[in-house]
Write a protein that binds this ligand. Structure first.
Ligand code: ZN
Ligand code: ZN
Length: 381
């Protein structure tokens, strides 16, 4: 018996007991016959059989493909993308019946019903949109729920890097989260997790939401500063991950806002995996309780030869080095010191002497506080 006539006899046997749609029937044998259209093969194999009931396996799911295609088109209409992927959620009972028929008639090496539905939807979607299906790293992913007939879309995050210069005092680096959702994203904050935009983070996020769409932003800062600090020079580097962007390749250029300017904005593959090592050039204005003694000021130079040790409440200790130091006396009780220090240097604690050794207050034997400190530059090593 030829392959085909053997298949015809199995087909007859199946159809005596189970009504199957063209697509499901064809799928059971198309690989064996090296045919690409399950539907045409199914129709041919059915011969004079007329189905009166719904398909035993899929309950006529294949007749709803246009409906699911429309869900995909609608949910992606506001997204710019080139590649996509598809995931399906399907009723377990359908999979069970599919497995049952395949094992009962010993049909091996054929596509599952789930694979076949996905293949058909991909064919339809690609034909309609010319987008490319990429199973490994798609820009957007559809999750089509065949059970409740819904479609969810997830857009791959984008990361951009840049630098900011903060030219006015009185603005924090970080934005406080939306009061209503604590940053998770809700209707009140438009799913951004922040509802105000008056910090460095806020200004950058606002620009990003305008350029990329997207829901939330997640920042990786290369160091931080006080609300009252300026960030000058080439600015502080940062990385920001944009979740669920709807645009992927907007034009990025330097931008100047009221108190912050952005430079070197560019799309990159991903946020750095490890913390970046950097040095900061910091100008610190220090006031002293007692008049400044010139002999003490000269001792400052010694700070470049010993590591500064920081003791944390947790019992941990770590060291930060000062590589260069200059100072000027401004008045009897105020002097300015410019240091080049390892990134993360705890300026205020170093001046006051809060679990940091050596520190300015004990070096001078004169209680000192930092009035303000500015970052003149941040250098990535
Ligand atoms: Zn079917
Ligand atoms: Zn919210």
């Amino acid at each position: 018996m030829s392959d085909y006539s053997q298949i015809l006899s199995v087909t007859n046997e199946i159809l005596q007991k189970y009504d199957l749609c063209d697509q499901c029937l064809g799928r059971l044998f198309s690989k064996q016959l090296h045919l690409s259209s399950n539907k045409l093969l199914g129709r041919k194999l059915k011969n004079e059989f007329v189905s009166t009931n719904k398909c035993y396996i899929c309950k006529n799911l294949f007749s709803k493909l246009d409906f699911f295609l429309k869900l995909m088109l609608d949910s992606s209409s506001n997204y710019a993308f080139k590649t996509y992927g598809v995931g399906l959620l399907i009723k377990p009972s359908i999979v069970d019946r599919d497995d049952f028929i395949r094992s009962k008639y010993k049909l091996k090496g054929i596509d599952s019903i789930k694979t076949d539905i996905a293949k058909e939807l991909i064919k339809l979607f690609t034909k309609k949109t010319q987008k490319i299906m990429d199973p490994f790293d798609p820009e957007i992913t559809f999750t089509i729920n065949l059970k409740d007939e819904s479609c969810q879309l997830r857009s791959k995050s984008i990361v951009i890097s840049g630098r900011y210069v903060k030219s006015k005092r009185g603005y924090t680096q970080k934005q406080k989260s939306c009061d209503n959702c604590s940053g998770k994203g809700c209707r009140i904050c438009n799913f951004h997790g922040i509802s105000e935009f008056e910090s460095v983070e806020g200004v950058i996020s606002k620009l990003i939401f305008k350029k990329f769409g997207g829901t939330t932003t997640k920042f990786t800062w290369i160091g931080g500063e006080d609300k009252s600090s300026l960030v000058l020079g080439n600015g502080r580097p940062f990385f920001v991950k944009i979740k669920n962007p709807s645009k992927r390749k907007p034009r990025l250029s330097d931008k100047e806002f009221d108190f912050v300017s952005l430079f070197n904005l560019k799309l990159i593959g991903e946020s750095p995996k490890k913390p970046l090592n950097f040095n900061s050039k910091i100008k610190i204005k220090i006031s002293t309780s007692l008049p400044i003694n010139l002999k003490n000021l000269k001792k400052l130079k010694d700070l470049t030869t010993t590591p500064i040790v920081i003791y944390e409440n947790s019992g941990k200790r770590y060291e930060k080095k000062i590589f260069g130091l200059k100072y000027t006396k401004n008045s009897d009780n105020v002097f300015t010191m410019t240091v080049i220090a390892e990134g993360g240097f705890p300026v205020k604690r170093f001046v006051v002497g809060n679990d940091v050794l050596p520190n300015i207050s004990s070096l001078f034997d004169n209680p000192c506080v930092s009035q303000e400190f500015d970052f003149l530059d941040i250098m990535i090593k």
